[in-house]
Design a protein around this ligand. Structure first.
Ligand code: NAD
Ligand code: UDX
Length: 473
């Protein structure tokens, strides 16, 4: 493509997930002149995006219902008609899932690119005229070469088709997706076709200041996304390592975080100790980085990043272990109230949630878990734990069981301990004087998110462990 910057009138996004849905909703909202169609093979998901009741959208994000409500049916559409969506589009975003491979070459580390390849092949088959293809998924560096190869094969077969490939990774965090998209720190566009880059930049220019739109080559853009997630996750593993040290030495990790965070070179963000990072991105993307480093023979670099993931798993096992140790060395048959199952507050997403590993460890120890989360569906918890509610454990060797609790009060009733695993706002305001008498004494609160008021918990006669707090015990 040579000449002027192509005007973008129609956008198709393949993948109506946590990224595709919110990202396209904000683009449609900010660019009323652009028709945006989000397509997905998952008919149930598309039906949920089209649900008249906006509280039933498949992705829970504060503020998303209002954005979708403003644009849906105007210039935002959700459809299962993938081919038609591609054929009509000037620009196609690939926003499909890229999970860690579970089988074959690179299993446990490399990203599974089957959905990226399938969607690139759909674009190759059904695109018309000139199409700008934008990698929105997080991808291993140099994936654009694969996408280009697939598209070029189609270009060779039909002269009327041409393509440009861009990388435009997404930096939104779940729970704050709408504000992250509306006021991004930056938008990153990697490519080697200046017209295509400017065409995408002109979409974002509707609401993103020009100095926040960064342009790089394709490989820098792809690698920047993996690097950003690796750096963020590394900070969490670093502060969690210090949290454990605080617990052994009488220091308080929040005081340490404040002391180091005021150094402008370090900064205050992402220094909150907790049950380890969860979510669909951090672990997956670091493992992918580890795999790529190994592939290029950079084994020391691979080992460095692997340690960030290992420390995270250790923190989760450590929390399960300390629960058992404090409950007189056994939780078999004991009722434990688990408050929060989502990987962070303000999302219904449980992918790689710390609660999964911690609950599985406790089930293995024979615990009877009463799980309450305000947004996560019970079927999702059953899938994550690999067992139905009230069934004795199937995939696990222990005799533990779990049940869903309809409220905090139901979960806590008769429990020996409360474990707080997600920082939902409501858990900051629990009335311990009311909850404590419902529990079997001596009872514990294990606060992995440091959301409770320690004075109030102790005044209610409960024993308390708080992540990174060496002053209590
Ligand atoms: P997701 O699993 O929620 O959604 C992906 C969707 O793509 C699914 O609904 C699936 O049915 C659909 N899909 C897969 N193959 C398809 C095909 N060939 N045709 C049509 N639809 C197809 O995933 P997500 O969380 O939205 O993540 C998407 C990508 O964005 C991943 O690469 C992820 O790493 C990256 N990312 C995610 C986040 C996040 O917070 N979740 C943030 C930044 C980047
Ligand atoms: C992350 C990146 O932040 C985002 O830029 C990228 O696009 C996708 O991956 P997300 O996983 O949605 O976003 O949420 P994030 O806020 O980064 O939290 C990830 C995990 O780290 C959560 O489990 C959270 O509880 C944990 N976390 C975060 C901490 O334990 N401490 C912190 O200080 C911050």
């Amino acid at each position: 493509m040579t000449g002027s910057v192509p005007a973008i009138r129609t956008i198709c996004c393949i993948g109506a997930g946590y990224v595709g849905g919110p990202t396209m909703a904000v683009i449609a909202d900010r660019c009323p002149g652009v028709q945006v169609t989000v397509v997905d093979l998952n008919a149930e998901r598309i039906a949920a995006w089209n649900d008249a009741d906006l509280s039933r959208l498949p992705v829970y994000e504060p503020g998303l219902d209002a954005v979708v409500g403003r644009c849906r049916g105007r210039n935002l559409f959700f459809s299962t008609e993938v081919e038609a969506g591609i054929a009509a589009a000037d620009m196609v975003f690939l926003s499909v899932n890229t999970p860690t491979k579970t089988k074959g070459l690179g299993a446990g580390q490399a990203s599974d690119l089957r959905w990226v390849e399938a969607s690139a092949r759909s674009v190759a088959a059904h695109a018309q005229g000139h199409t700008i293809v934008v990698e929105k998924s997080t991808l291993p560096v140099r994936t654009a070469a694969t996408v280009q190869a697939i598209l070029q094969a189609a270009q060779g077969e039909a002269e009327c088709k041409t393509f440009s490939v861009l990388s435009n990774p997404e930096f939104l965090a779940e729970g704050t997706a709408v504000p992250d998209l509306e006021q991004p720190d930056r938008v990153l566009i990697g490519g080697d076709d200046p017209q295509a880059i400017e065409a995408l930049a002109s979409v974002y220019a509707h609401w993103v200041p020009e100095d926040r739109i960064l342009r790089t080559n394709l490989w820098s853009s792809e690698l920047s996304k993996l690097t950003a997630n690796a750096f963020l996750a590394q900070r969490i593993s670093s502060i969690n390592s210090i949290a454990a040290f605080c617990e052994s030495t009488g220091a308080d990790v929040r005081e340490v975080a404040r002391a180091i965070g005021t150094d402008s070179r370090i900064g205050p963000k992402f220094l909150q100790a907790g049950p380890g990072f969860g979510g669909s991105c951090f672990q997956k993307d670091i493992l992918n980085l580890v795999y790529l480093c190994g592939h290029y023979g950079l084994h020391e670099v691979a080992a460095y990043w692997q340690s960030v993931v290992d420390l995270n798993a250790w923190q989760q096992h450590r929390i399960a272990r300390l629960v058992v140790n404090n409950l007189f060395g056994t939780v078999t048959g004991k009722r434990l109230a688990v408050l929060g199952f989502a990987f962070k507050a303000d999302t219904n997403d449980t992918r790689d949630a710390p609660a999964i590993r911690i609950c599985r460890d406790l089930l293995e120890e024979g615990a009877d878990l009463a799980i309450y989360d305000p947004k996560v569906a019970p079927e999702q918890i059953a899938r994550d734990l690999g067992m139905a509610p009230s069934a004795s454990s199937s995939g696990l060797t222990g005799e533990g069981r779990w049940q869903l609790a309809g409220s905090v009060h139901d979960a806590v009733c008769s429990a020996d301990a409360v474990l707080i695993l997600t920082e939902w706002q409501a858990f900051r305001q629990l009335s311990w004087p009311e909850l404590a008498p419902q529990m079997r004494q001596p009872a514990w609160v294990f606060d992995a998110r440091a959301v409770v008021d320690p004075e109030q918990v102790r005044a209610a006669g409960l024993r308390l462990w708080r992540v990174g707090d060496g002053n209590i015990g």
